[in-house]
Design a protein around this ligand. Structure first.
Ligand code: ZN
Length: 319
């Protein structure tokens, strides 16, 4: 019974969010959607729609109603532009030109490339760093957690549904928290493993509570954003403090650059404009901009892991 109540609350929340934008509140859009669904989405018309729908659209879960929403969105945008109004949003999003089954092609491709950069750098890391390096396991797990997040980001930007949106958000949070853990292991955990274990348990508890709240109580975009920004700032401040104390290490400048770049680039998310050519919005530009940052961060992790290995073998003098 409790589960059922939670589901109903969730659906009500999703419905409130789904009908929250100017474009989808427009009577022209609503009429268009109603007529399109009556005409195409039942009985023989629906069979005809299904027989004509390309297989990749079917596999990606595009329904007749989704197609109607897409067509009516462009009808409404056309009318807005004709009458000299600003481009409206629909269901919380700008209008995007879809490509094949990709709902937001630029963000989907950029997410895929972020994942690819992670994978390439993970392979490079595993080739050049021996598994006996103290940071090896933590860095490898971090790469897999990141890869998982970029996979879901690619899926979400290909096809936005309730489930793919949640997976994108939850996996993004898992990367931020694992990044805090990575920083903790590097700065404190190598000397004090018990502290690293305690922090790991605390972060896992936080992630569980965060995901449970968002999926069972309320999917609150503002709260999710606030938690991610707060943890991101903790992470940045912790890394920078370590960099300041370890300026003598030749690879520290890479870590400083990554932290400052990530903070600076995240400001792109604050920009909000209709997509250029109906493809490139601020979110896609932000996703594109982070691709080289992964390369730089893994390059830092590689240098640092090799340094730690030498240090643990006693080749580098401990200070
Ligand atoms: Zn995204």
């Amino acid at each position: 019974m409790a589960g059922r109540t939670a589901c109903l609350v969730l659906l009500a929340g999703a419905a409130a969010i789904a009908s929250g934008s100017q474009g989808d509140r427009e009577p022209v859009y609503r009429d268009c959607l109603l007529r399109c669904e009556e005409r195409n989405c039942s009985g023989g018309a629906l069979k005809h729609f299904r027989s004509r729908q390309p297989i990749y659209m079917n596999l990606a879960g595009w329904t007749c109603r989704d197609d109607c929403k897409y067509e009516c969105m462009w009808v409404t945008v056309g009318l807005y532009l004709q009458e000299g109004h600003k481009v409206p949003q629909f269901h919380g999003k700008w209008p995007f030109s879809r490509f094949l089954c990709f709902q937001e092609p630029a963000s989907a491709v950029a997410s895929f490339l972020n994942g690819l950069a992670n994978l390439v750098m993970l392979c490079r890391y595993r080739t050049s760093v021996p598994a006996s390096s103290p940071m090896y396991p933590t860095c490898v797990v971090f790469a897999w957690v990141s890869l998982n997040a970029w996979f879901w980001s690619t899926v979400f930007h290909t096809r936005d549904t309730d489930l793919t949106e949640k997976m994108d958000y939850f996996c993004a949070s898992s990367v931020i928290l694992h990044s805090v853990y990575l920083c903790c292991v590097r700065t404190v955990g190598l000397q004090h493993p018990a502290v690293a274990s305690a922090v790991r348990a605390l972060l896992l508890l936080m992630l569980t509570a965060h995901v449970s709240y968002l999926s069972l109580v309320r999917f609150d975009y503002g709260y999710n954003m606030a938690v991610n920004v707060a943890m991101g700032l903790v992470n940045a401040a912790w890394w920078l403090a370590w960099c300041l104390r370890n300026q003598r290490l030749p690879h520290v400048h890479k870590c400083v650059a990554v932290v400052l770049l990530l903070q600076g680039l995240s400001l792109l998310e604050l920009l909000d404009f209709p997509p250029l050519f109906w493809v490139l919005d601020a979110h896609a530009i932000w996703h594109i901009s982070t691709i080289p940052v992964h390369v730089l961060f893994f390059s830092f992790l590689e240098d640092d892991s090799l340094y730690l290995l030498k240090e643990s073998e006693g080749k580098v003098k401990l200070d």
